[in-house]
Design a binder for this molecule. Sequence first.
Ligand SMILES: Cc1ncc(C[n+]2csc(CCOP(=O)(O)OP(=O)(O)O)c2C)c(N)n1
Ligand SMILES: [Mg+2]
Length: 320
Amino acid sequence: MLDKKEALSLYQKLVLVRLAEETIREEYFKDEMKTPVHLGIGAEAISVGVCHCLPSGTKTFGTYRNHALYLAVTGDTDGFFAELYGRLSGPGKGKAGSMHLCAPEHGLMATSAVVGTTIPLAVGAALANAYRKTSDVVTVFFGDGAVEEGAFWESLNFASLKRLPVLFVCEDNGLAIHAHARERRGFRSIPDAVRAFECHLGAGDGSDIVDVVQSTRAMLGQMSQEPKPGFLHFTYFRFLEHVGPREDFDAGYREKPSPQELERLDPVRRLERELLRRGVAPSALETIRAEASAKVRRGAEEAQKAPFAPPAELTTDVWT
Ligand SMILES: Cc1ncc(C[n+]2csc(CCOP(=O)(O)OP(=O)(O)O)c2C)c(N)n1
Ligand SMILES: [Mg+2]
């Protein structure tokens, strides 16, 4: 069980991510953000919870569904919105957009639109750490769809063979765009398949940040006691469409859960209920929400006033 102070700090981080994404939903149809957005409403507790347990500056890698990861690592709503609005003050000078947010100075090395691609990069970074004889753990977040990529299995195999300090975090929503796991996989379950490798294995409920934090701490403990990769499997529910700001329960490939079920699957509401049960005053939560809301609104407003990159920037930071 987390103490109240720590739980409140997690609530602050969760709410910041949620309000940032709700703001994208409100603003997106104005067509000022020239970037696809893969929103992570429902998944926030995984990035926020795992990053909460990592020493600051730990190298992390992620996917295009990376808003929670970027904000959990940096807390930087100003840079976040600047990048989404394509402005020079964004971390990628407005050239990266939502799908390639990164902040190497905070350890967030790369995120990518191409499924599975950052997994071997993370293993390479872990190999570098092992070579330099540091005990730093590299962490990589990816969806369940990435587990169907060859790059995933080659990376897990190599990391397990070399006992590299890499933490694989699978964010499993059971979906790859509209395709359910049962339509895609020739193996029974992700944890069953991974169990065959020389790595530590853990699993948890990704809708419950307390569970995410406890599972991550336990995993980091095991990895430091017996140096091997770690694999954490978290399930969660994707509230919105694959890409874009809408719900898509009318698309015909999945049912809308009941209101009670949605309450259970919402990590923000879940932590809120837990804090209230533990005697936190509703006004304390309201203050946290108001502060986060002001920070998010300022970031979005300032971004829209900021300059775009000049044309000369088209050919800078380009390596291929
Ligand atoms: C190598 C590659 N193949 C296919 C795609 C098209 N694609 C984009 S997202 C996606 C689904 C990935 O699902 P998952 O890894 O579970 O992530 P989620 O979107 O559920 O977070 C696919 C197949 C891609 N971007 N890259
Ligand atoms: Mg998925």
